[in-house]
Design a protein around this ligand. Structure first.
Ligand SMILES: [Zn+2]
Length: 312
């Protein structure tokens, strides 16, 4: 037999026991934890022939449980090894992967593929985060427009012009750490944008933006505010620029156009979470495909999504 070093030949992609063992080792590093009573001492693995893979019984509260409880895998009939395959595919493809492609590659129904990919995106969502630029470094902030928000009718704008009816995204990139953070915004009012900038950028940071009036308003609150006047064709003044965030937007837009053509407004925040996650854990920052999949797996806890909330 040829010694195959392919990551896809790993046992946890093909064997259900190995898949559970892989997930349990990551979510329960100190051994199984009962999700019902929090017990850690008296949990026994059920071994009977008719027992499902991965079932434990807690002898404190006498209830059965698996590692799926309280995670994105809960109440799903898809096998763990297929979940791990989907996580690896999504984590390792630079521009993302469509539900259609997952459906074809994994042999699950299109509906299951769509459901899995939304849950996996939810696992990529960051938790409460510290402000960017706390080391006094540059934080670039900019907004972009993508697709159409079907809830908004074009307001007398000529076809193809204006952004009123488009989905609006506000992103921030910390230049030193290379970390990006993106939020869907309903409008471009200062009352919408200023609180997001305040909550996500440290006062010590050097803010880098274009000349949009809202940024001028909030810019005074930071150690420095570097402005590039794009309207005047000005793009770089020493280290004052927004080129990093523009690079981030171009990856996001290529991915959205190429892979996710039909993304509704109510799902956009999940796609943003996916692009932020992949960008923040990219190869250029020293994160391999397997490490990225591992980081994604660490985010599956506490992100249980009901079917209703993912229905269009
Ligand atoms: Zn218990």
């Amino acid at each position: 037999m040829i010694d195959n070093k392919s990551i896809l030949s790993a046992a946890y992609f093909h064997n259900e026991d190995a898949a559970y063992a892989f997930v349990e080792a990551r979510l329960w590093p100190r051994g199984p934890v009962c999700p019902h009573c929090g017990g850690v001492e008296r949990n026994r693995k059920m071994q009977g022939k008719s027992t499902r893979v991965g079932v434990y019984k807690c002898y404190d509260c006498r209830k059965p449980f698996t590692v799926k409880i309280g995670t994105i895998f809960e109440a799903s009939h898809i096998s763990m090894r297929v979940w791990l395959q989907a996580i690896f595919l999504i984590a390792s493809s630079k521009k993302g992967i469509s539900s259609n492609q997952l459906h074809r590659s994994l042999g699950v129904t299109l509906k299951s593929a769509w459901f899995m990919s939304h849950r996996i995106r939810e696992a990529m969502r960051g938790d409460a985060l510290s402000p960017l630029g706390a080391d006094g470094g540059a934080v670039e902030v900019d907004e972009t427009f993508i697709g159409h928000d079907k809830a908004i009718k074009p307001k007398g704008e000529k076809k193809g012009r204006g952004y009123h009816h488009k989905n609006k995204v506000l992103s921030l990139v910390d230049r030193n750490s290379g970390q990006a953070r993106s939020v869907v915004i309903d409008d471009m009012k200062a009352s919408t944008m200023v609180p997001i900038v305040r909550a996500n950028v440290a006062r010590e940071a050097r803010l880098m933006t274009d000349e949009f009036s809202t940024y001028k308003l909030v810019g005074r609150e930071f150690a420095q505010h570097g402005i590039v006047r794009h309207m005047l064709g000005e793009y770089v003044k020493g280290d004052i620029h927004t080129n990093t965030i523009e690079g981030f937007f171009s990856i996001f837009k290529r991915g959205m156009k190429g892979v996710y053509q039909h993304c509704g407004h109510n799902h956009l925040h999940r796609y943003l979470a996916e692009f932020d996650f992949r960008y923040n854990n990219r190869v250029a920052l020293g994160v391999s495909d397997s490490e990225r999949a591992d980081l994604l797996l660490a985010g599956v806890k506490g992100k249980r999504l009901t079917y209703q909330t993912t229905t269009i």
